[in-house]
Design a protein around this ligand. Structure first.
Ligand SMILES: *[C@@H]1O[C@H](CO)[C@@H](O)[C@H](O)[C@H]1NC(C)=O
Ligand SMILES: *[C@@H]1O[C@H](CO)[C@@H](O)[C@H](O)[C@H]1NC(C)=O
Length: 573
């Protein structure tokens, strides 16, 4: 019995144990299944995707995207690492946790990409940046701004300096210049035969100019575009032709230009155009000696070029186009000049460079030679204005002229109320003459030109016309110092054209910034490939001086009314 009962209890224990073990197994199996569901079922699918061709991904949506962004970011990263361009690196940023990505990244950093590919990518990146830069040209944005596209006053017949008379209107006899231009042209047409034979000898082009502007050389079109209110229309496509012509045409003859104190040459071109040449005399970055008086400073060729660009950026359009050029002193001056006083001054320097010094009041001696390297010389070429016999000019003494003496002071330097006198003196007592002089002072202060003793106007236009800003060779001499006295007209008179003030404010805005648009504008000059026309310190001096001008205007506003000369309202000119 005992054995039986023992056997029964053992059996029941075994049953319980068996049940327990079954339950445990079941639980294990369930747990295992749930784990396998996630961990052990997927491997076959992933292996199938890796073995299949890339075009048939099992999960194309996400995986393909990852791959694309990975390859993109690897290329931009390699560009980033080799060219230090911060743009483009964010492309794959939101997938950084992806193990796949890390792998590709590592590959890129291990420079799986060859040098050549790197260069290509780099070139692409740079191209993109340049493209972006092009799309965001500050210069273009500036010139597209309404302040640079103000409606021009409607021009009457006598608002043009020169006109080509149409065949139909013979009644107009008021205009002497016109007549002379016409006579000139007729002479060239009637004497055509004689002219032609002569011109073939001289190397001049055959001229067959008619009243059709298509037949006119660029310099003549420039002359015919001069109006009462500006020297040129910034948007006239002919301007680029004028400068291109000066920069590339064969030079036929060179003579010294008389008048003025420093060396200047007059170049002639085959189409009867002429240009005023100023040579490079000192290195571009040489700052003017602080102990030199403004009237004994060297003239700088790059200052002539930069002044033209600055005047245009200020919206004045009062300086004739100036362009840089490299010339061969042997073949383009010495061998062709008919000026014996000039050719006599040529010599070869101890290191074998060709030099000359010409004849003039200042710096025309063996001690101050103009030298090439060994023949090549940097020069500025300025477009000539119409001949004085066709378009006579009047020279005006600037009311703020310096004393041009080492010891004397001018009246305006001693008398703070000097402007009150000027304001009552014709022609400053009416029209825009006073604010025009102030415009000129602002231009001169920005480029630190102290040498503006006179200014000129075209006689034909009387007192109501723009002022020519000629002769800017003594500008841009120092970048480390500003010359506050140049701003005396603005500070003493507290008057400014509304359009000028608004443009200055625009140019102080980071979207346009004077130094940036100036750099961009100067980069269009051919001499840019030799070296920048203005060094960075000169460019940043422009921003600093612009801030000073605006501060002077604000100071005026604190103490005066009637500061703004409103030239933007219709009928106010
Ligand atoms: C300049 O002209 C001289 C003389 O004809 C010539 O020897 C020299 O090579 C020329 N230089 C350049 C850069 O054209
Ligand atoms: C122009 O200004 C001068 C002063 O320099 C004056 O004598 C002349 O009368 C003015 N001309 C006109 C037309 O107002």
């Amino acid at each position: 019995m005992r054995r039986q009962s023992l056997g029964r209890s053992t059996r029941s224990v075994c049953l319980v144990l068996a049940c327990l073990s079954l339950a445990l197994h079941l639980l294990l199996a369930f747990l295992c299944l749930s784990v396998l569901q996630t961990a052990c079922v997927l491997p076959p699918s992933s292996s199938s995707s890796s073995s299949s061709s890339p075009s048939s991904f099992s999960i194309p949506g996400t995986d393909a995207q990852h791959r694309q962004s990975v390859s993109h970011s690897s290329s931009s990263l390699s560009a980033f690492s080799s060219h230090k361009l911060p743009t483009g690196a964010q492309n794959g940023e939101h997938h950084t946790e992806d193990a796949n990505m890390q792998h590709h990244k590592g590959k890129a950093f291990l420079s799986d990409v060859t040098e050549k590919e790197n260069d290509l990518i780099g070139a692409k990146m740079v191209y993109k940046v340049v493209q972006k830069g092009k799309g965001h040209s500050k210069l273009e944005a500036l010139f597209n701004h309404p302040l640079y596209n103000l409606p021009r006053p409607e021009l009457q017949e006598d608002d043009w300096l020169l006109r080509v008379k149409g065949d139909e209107d013979d009644s107009d006899t008021e205009n002497e210049e016109e007549e002379r231009e016409e006579e000139d042209r007729e002479e060239s047409a009637t004497n055509d035969r004689e002219w032609r034979s002569a011109s073939e000898e001289d190397g001049y082009d055959k001229a067959a100019w008619t009243s059709d502007s298509e037949t006119h050389p660029p310099w003549l079109r420039f002359h015919l575009g001069i109006s009462r209110w500006e020297l040129y229309d910034r948007k006239d496509p002919n301007l680029a032709e004028v400068t291109h012509y000066l920069a590339t045409q064969r030079i036929l003859n060179v003579v010294q230009k008389t008048g003025g104190t420093q060396l200047k040459l007059l170049m002639s071109f085959p189409n009867y155009g002429q240009a005023l040449l100023k040579p490079m005399r000192q290195s571009r970055d040489a700052e003017t000696d602080v102990n030199l008086f403004y009237f004994s400073d060297f003239e700088r060729h790059n200052a002539e070029i930069a002044a033209f660009h600055l005047d245009r950026l200020l919206g004045f359009n009062r300086i004739p186009p100036v362009v840089g050029r490299l010339i061969n002193m042997s073949t383009e001056i010495k061998e062709i000049t008919t000026d014996r006083r000039l050719s006599r001054t040529f010599f070869t320097s101890p290191v074998g460079n060709m030099c000359f010094y010409g004849q003039c009041e200042y710096y025309c001696s063996t001690e101050h030679p103009v030298c090439g390297r060994p023949h090549v010389l940097e020069v500025s070429l300025a477009t000539m204005l119409p001949d004085l016999s066709l378009a006579p000019r009047r020279s005006w003494r600037s009311p703020w002229r310096r004393s041009y003496s080492r010891t004397k002071q001018a009246q305006w330097e001693k008398d703070p109320a000097y402007c009150d006198t000027v304001k009552q003196t014709p022609p400053y007592n009416q029209g825009s003459r006073l604010v025009d002089v102030i415009d000129m002072a602002i231009l001169d202060f920005l480029m630190s030109n102290m040498d503006r003793h006179h200014y000129e106007t075209f006689e034909k236009f009387g007192n109501e016309t723009f002022l020519l800003h000629l002769d800017n060779g003594r500008a841009f001499g120092r970048h480390s110092r500003d010359e506050p006295s140049i701003l005396a007209p603005l500070r003493q008179c507290c008057r400014i054209r509304r359009s000028t003030l608004l443009r200055l404010q625009l140019l102080s805005h980071p979207d346009f910034r004077l130094s940036d648009v100036m750099r961009e504008s100067l980069a269009r000059d051919p001499l840019k490939r030799v070296a920048p026309l203005l060094s960075e310190p000169h460019l940043s001096a422009l921003d600093r001086r612009l801030a000073t001008v605006l501060q002077v205007v604000r100071d005026c506003q604190d103490h005066h009314d009637d500061i703004i000369y409103n030239d933007l309202e219709a009928g106010a000119s």
